[in-house]
Write a protein that binds this ligand. Structure first.
Ligand code: SD4
Length: 336
């Protein structure tokens, strides 16, 4: 009951989540004190079910939407949606077919968050395609939140996941070509990624999210980006909304991007404003040269309002709402 403070004064705006200076009457020790509190005052109906996911991920979003329309939880929907990309061997940033590290090993990162704020993740996993499902098992079947490398693989095998070679011929060829020069520039090119971050609202209005990737192509062995890190590649707070990231994970991590977006929404920003401010935190760092890398964010709030923003052009996202699934070009910062 401690968290359940009753807020007497509501905002006049009635829009989204707004900060109001309120009198708080607590059920327990605090009788009445002047504090700042944040309260949802929206009277608009939540748009649900809803799915939003990074990049052109039509089939993944369609799949998640199908689960939601049939009454599944947002958690089930984001897991099933992400599995589609993990199984898509043509996508070279997720699951099977992902580009390997500089030693030729495909290593996958994934995380998932449910509406209760539970979180599970696996980092640097070899030989297992559906790491998003392993992340869910970490969340639900262990007392931990993260398993890494060999331990994560061992856990997955114990849970019945299939061991398979994730390096496809196409990705092997691309790696061999890269090896001719072996230029190590941890640059994420701007146009063509498909790390999938997905957020969903189910028919009950609950929000969950998932994120899965093979990370940076030709990364150093052991490198992990933002995607499996809570608050970096993904964050969900069922009272506020959720956010997910794609692009150069180092930059997302240094600004704790997805957590930042959710906190900005908690303070009253729209999902769009929050995504724009999170990109601002990256590009406005003194002396930051953002020309060579991309970061893109998606966000949704409790009402089902969405936002997306990236540093450069060519970021897109799929949005399922009102029974329509569309790929939409994101607005972006670098219009020079
Ligand atoms: C990473 N954020 O490992 C991921 C890569 C990515 O599209 O999003 N690629 O840094």
């Amino acid at each position: 009951m401690k968290r359940r403070n009753f807020i007497k004064k509501a905002s006049a705006t009635g829009l989204g989540l707004v900060a109001v200076s309120s009198t708080i009457i607590s059920c327990d020790e605090t009788k009445s004190s002047e504090k700042k509190a944040f309260v949802s005052t929206s009277k608009t109906k939540t748009i649900k079910p809803l799915v939003i996911a990074t990049w052109k991920t039509d089939l993944a979003v369609e799949t998640a939407a199908k689960y939601l329309e049939q009454g599944s939880s947002a958690l089930e929907a984001v897991e099933q949606g992400c599995r589609i990309e993990e199984a898509n061997e043509k996508g070279q940033s997720v699951g099977k077919g992902g580009l390997p590290d500089r030693d030729g090993n495909v290593t996958l990162d994934a995380c998932i968050m449910d509406e209760k704020g539970n979180y599970g993740a696996v980092l640097g996993v070899k030989n297992i395609k559906h790491v998003i499902s392993v992340a869910r098992k970490v969340m639900e079947d262990t007392p931990h939140v993260m398993l890494v490398g060999e331990g994560a693989e061992k856990f997955a095998l114990e849970k019945g996941f299939k061991k398979e070679n994730l390096l496809t011929e196409a990705s092997k060829k691309a790696w061999e070509k890269w090896k001719e020069k072996s230029e190590y520039k941890p640059i994420i090119n701007i146009e063509n990624h498909d790390t999938i971050g997905m957020l969903a609202i189910d028919k009950k209005g609950n929000i969950s999210g998932a994120c899965t990737t093979s990370g940076l192509a030709y990364k150093m062995a052991g490198r992990v980006g933002d995607s499996p890190i809570i608050g970096g590649g993904l964050f969900v707070d069922n009272e506020v909304g959720g956010a997910s990231a794609t692009g150069l994970g180092e930059e997302v991590l240094k600004t704790v991007g997805s957590f930042l977006i959710v906190e900005l929404m908690r303070q009253g920003k729209s999902p769009q404003e929050a995504c724009e401010e999170a990109i601002g935190r990256i590009v406005n760092k003194p002396g930051k040269n953002f020309k060579d890398f991309q970061v893109g964010y998606i966000a949704v709030n409790k009402q089902g309002e969405t936002g997306a923003y990236s540093i450069h052009e060519w970021f897109s996202y799929n949005l399922y709402k009102n029974k329509e699934n569309k790929n939409i070009k994101s607005d972006f910062f670098n219009k020079a």
